[in-house]
Design a protein around this ligand. Structure first.
Ligand code: GLN
Length: 298
C-alpha cells in the first residue's frame, strides 16, 4: 500500500460517526500525515511530495495508530512529540500537551524580560513537559531558569526536553508542591534586593466540574495538570501569595488562566498586593494570562 492510499483509508476511518467529534471534525488529514510521518520516519513534506511511496510493511502499525486516534487518543501521545515555540518537545501522558494558548504566555514572558538588564532569574512553576521553561531558556541564553512540578513523572519528561533542547544542567529542576513553598531565588553578590525577576506558571486551572467534560473526548491528559478545584483557582491563590514573597521588588508574576476565571485571578493578584495587573488575551482573543508586578520598596 502506498502513502496516498493509506492516507485516504485513515481519513475515512477518522471521520466515521463513532469517532469523538473533536477528532472527526478536527484535522483528520493532518493527523494521518503526522502519524504516517512518524511511522515511516520521514518528514511530512517528503510524504506530500511522494504519495506513491510504499508503507513497506508498516501498514499494520500505522492502522493501529489510526484505531487509537479514532478513540480520541491525542496525536501527540501517539507520536510522543509536539511542536511548541518552534521546538520539538517530547510528551507522554504524564504531561499536558503543550498548547498554542501557552505560546501566548511565553511571548508575554519574553516581552516582560526584554526590559530587564543582565541575566534575569526566572522560575517556572508547574512546568509539566518543561515547554515554558525550555522555551525561555532557549530564547534567553543568559537567563537563570528554574522549574518545579509536583509530578516526578512530569519532571522526568521536562528534564529530557531540557537536556536535548538547551543542555543538561541549564535549568534547575525541583520536585515539589507549590503550596508548600517555592524554591529560593539564586543568590546575587550585589546589594540589590534578592528575588526572582519573573515567576511564570501554567498551573491546573480548570474547575473540577469541567474536567470530566474536557476529558470525555478521550484526550487522556493528566487530571493532576488540569484540575484547579471548585473555581479553578485553588493553585493560583497560594501561587500568587508565595510568589509575592519570593519576587524581587519590581518583579512580575505571569500566570495562564481560563477565559472563565482570568478576571477572578486578577482579583486574587490584587488581594496579594500586586500592582499593574494586566489580563492578556490569546490568539483567539480570549482572556488567557494574568500578570502583576510586585511594587518597588519605598
Ligand atoms: N486549557 C488548558 C487545556 O485544555 C488547561 C490547561 C491547564 O489547566 N493549565 O489543556
Amino acid at each position: 500500500m502506498n502513502v496516498s492510499e493509506a492516507r485516504a483509508i485513515a481519513v475515512r476511518r477518522l471521520t466515521q460517526p463513532d469517532v469523538p467529534a473533536p477528532v472527526r471534525l478536527g484535522t483528520p488529514g493532518l493527523d494521518a500525515d503526522l502519524l504516517l510521518s512518524k511511522r515511516l520516519d520521514l518528514p511530512r513534506a517528503f510524504l506530500m511530495a511522494h504519495p506513491e511511496r510504499s508503507l513497506d510493511g508498516l501498514e499494520g502499525a500505522f492502522f493501529a495508530d489510526i484505531a487509537r486516534r479514532a478513540t480520541g487518543e491525542p496525536v501527540a501521545y501517539l507520536t510522543g512529540t509536539r511542536e511548541f515555540w518552534g521546538l520539538s518537545f517530547k510528551v507522554t501522558p504524564a504531561v499536558l500537551i503543550p498548547k498554542p494558548d501557552t505560546e501566548t504566555l511565553v511571548e508575554r514572558a519574553l516581552e516582560i524580560l526584554s526590559v530587564f538588564p543582565g541575566a534575569p532569574a526566572v522560575l517556572d512553576v508547574c512546568t509539566g513537559s518543561g515547554c515554558v521553561a525550555v522555551s525561555l531558556a532557549h530564547a534567553l541564553p543568559r537567563s537563570l531558569v528554574a522549574a518545579t512540578d509536583i509530578s516526578a513523572a512530569a519532571l522526568e519528561v521536562a528534564r529530557e526536553n531540557a537536556a536535548r533542547l538547551v543542555g543538561a544542567g541549564r535549568i534547575a529542576f525541583e520536585e515539589g508542591d507549590l503550596r508548600e513553598g517555592l524554591p529560593a531565588p539564586p543568590a546575587t553578590d550585589t546589594a540589590a534586593p534578592q528575588g526572582w525577576d519573573l515567576i511564570v506558571s501554567n498551573p491546573p486551572y480548570v474547575p473540577s466540574a469541567v474536567v470530566p467534560e474536557l476529558l470525555a473526548d478521550g484526550r487522556m491528559e493528566p487530571e493532576l495538570a488540569l484540575d484547579g478545584g471548585a473555581d479553578g483557582l485553588d493553585l493560583v491563590r497560594p501561587l500568587a501569595r508565595l510568589a509575592f514573597d519570593s519576587l524581587r521588588p519590581g518583579g512580575r508574576l505571569l500566570v495562564e488562566t481560563g477565559e472563565y476565571n482570568a478576571r477572578e485571578a486578577a482579583r486574587v493578584f490584587e488581594a496579594c498586593g500586586f500592582s499593574d495587573i494586566v489580563v492578556g488575551r490569546d490568539l483567539e482573543g480570549q482572556d488567557r494570562t494574568v500578570e502583576g508586578r510586585k511594587p518597588d520598596e519605598r
